[in-house]
Design a protein around this ligand. Structure first.
Ligand code: ADP
Ligand code: MG
Length: 146
């Protein structure tokens, strides 16, 4: 895909298995609103910035079928690198996709999956602090350029 790419959709309920239980909640985007644009993108882990209620956060997302959980439909699921006091189901979430971390894969155990996600989070944090992207994390208005 041509990056950065802006995705915008409301946050819907996922399968509720896994992520929050693992301490790594992922805000599943409404795929009807995301549309077919991501169909051609390689399944994998991506990093970027998310805007929720006007505030911008670093994020790392799975875009794919989560082979460990063997989903059939492709989903976009950003994990925002921030602790929120409450859930935000139903809110509009923007995800400005900036880069690719690695292809999607399955793992032999939940522990290995969690270790991989923790490593993905650090890759994302570092990449988004690099001069090329850092500015986009200051405020949403920076996404429009200028
Ligand atoms: P689901 O299967 O419904 O997506 P999750 O366990 O992945 O359940 O939890 C996702 C929900 O947790 C999000 O929809 C959001 O409302 C909430 N949430 C709280 N903190 C975060 C965060 N840092 N990143 C993403 N979602 C979060
Ligand atoms: Mg989720």
């Amino acid at each position: 895909p041509q990056l950065p790419f802006l995705l915008k959709a409301s946050v819907v309920k996922g399968f509720g298995r896994g992520s929050k239980l693992l301490g790594i909640p992922t805000a599943n985007l409404n795929m009807d609103q995301v549309g077919p644009v991501v169909d051609s993108w390689p399944n994998g882990i991506y990093y970027g910035f998310s805007c929720l209620k006007g505030d911008v956060y670093k994020a790392v997302a799975s875009i794919g079928t989560n082979p460990y959980f063997k989903n059939s439909q492709k989903t976009v699921e950003p994990h925002l690198l921030h602790e929120f006091p409450d859930d935000f189901y139903g809110e509009e979430l923007k995800f400005l996709v900036c880069g690719y971390v690695r292809p999607e894969r399955s793992f032999a155990s939940l522990e290995e999956l969690v270790a991989a996600i923790r490593s993905d989070i650090e890759v994302a944090r570092t990449a988004l602090e690099a001069p090329g992207w850092r500015m986009l994390g200051t405020r949403e208005a920076a996404w429009a350029g200028g």
